[in-house]
Write a protein that binds this ligand. Sequence first.
Ligand SMILES: *Cc1c(COP(=O)(O)O)cnc(C)c1O
Length: 408
Amino acid sequence: MSSHAHRNSDSGPGIQTLAIHAGEHPDPVTKASSPNLVMSSTFLADPDASFSAEGSHEDEGYFYSRWSNPTVAQLESKLAALEGTESAMAFASGMAAVNALFLHCLRPGDHLVMGDIVYAAVSETANDLLLELGIKISRVDTSDPAAVETALRENTRLVYIESPCNPILRLTDIAAIAKLLRGTKARLAVDSTFATPVATRPTDYGADFVIHSLTKYLGGHGDAVGGALLGPTEDITEIRRKAGIRMGGVLSPFNAWLILRGLATFPLRMRAHESAAMDVGRFLENHPLISRVYYPGFESHPQHELAARQMNNFSGMLTFQTERHAELPHLLAENLEIIHYAVSLGHHRSLIFYIPTEEILKTSFKLTEQQNEAYREFAGDAIFRLSVGIEDSKDLCADLERVFSKLT
Ligand SMILES: *Cc1c(COP(=O)(O)O)cnc(C)c1O
């Protein structure tokens, strides 16, 4: 297991250099310095080329943009370099990447161990599609490695975690889970959308696969939906053949080009996100209307020690609670002038959204009553999920204060 220091040591380029240069190459014909946007759906073919995905080989050049595309390929190489994985595949969305992973790792009768609190649509996929396909699922609090150990079975093929998890920012000790899986047939996948490779590279801690919603921090500008699945070349080649070429959920070259451009500044943005989140988080902690703030960078976070160990950057996501929660969504949506009341996260622009506890437990999670209780303890009646952008933090605090003052 290599450590974070490794990345900025003499052994290779630092993350800012990788974010700008990795995977990119000047156009051989025009000598253009920036990545070309190649929108072509098809490419002049070798008359001996096979028409089937079975006959496709990565090193044969471009054939059809559902197979691979020069702009998307540059993004994929950059992502693999940033995460330190052998390969990466870009998808039309984060959810397409998640589903590609499930289809790759799981067959009817197989067992999946999944975090009890994960991105709502992932939870809903497990509750609906995966159960229908005959996958056995154990939902556990993966922040407790003992709970994961207890859940493991002979036929467990995948352990799926998010760290920090959406929406409550609970962390999982990736190295501890990876250790449990050593010598078993279960692979470990980490959705690292909230952390980003600036904070944590899950494969440094023994994960097999990394998932990203590129829509969030990596693209970073709220203008392109995309996803990525990263891991060993052997797996990604098969995933490209099945989930890419056959199921077809590939990323548009235009979105790849936007995300490539966003990626160049992403390490800088993460520092700005963290710094603004610290300021806004402190403002919230000191506000009489706010009863609780969760931010992995604060000592008040129940897993701050793990966060400090596993994250080189605490990212820009925080949640807060207030007794007056029911009155706030309308006031926020109508009166905020800078922060947008909207879903999604990780954009340069700050975003806030209201997540009432009973509703998300019922519609998305569908857990045991004991797990519901644990969620209620963490989240109270409702949380506000705030994705702190990279505006000036004083302006963000003033924007929130303007709305809070209507209630005090
Ligand atoms: C947004 C998100 C996803 C889904 O990504 P899309 O690009 O919206 O499909 C998956 N996991 C996490 C943690 C997310 O925040």
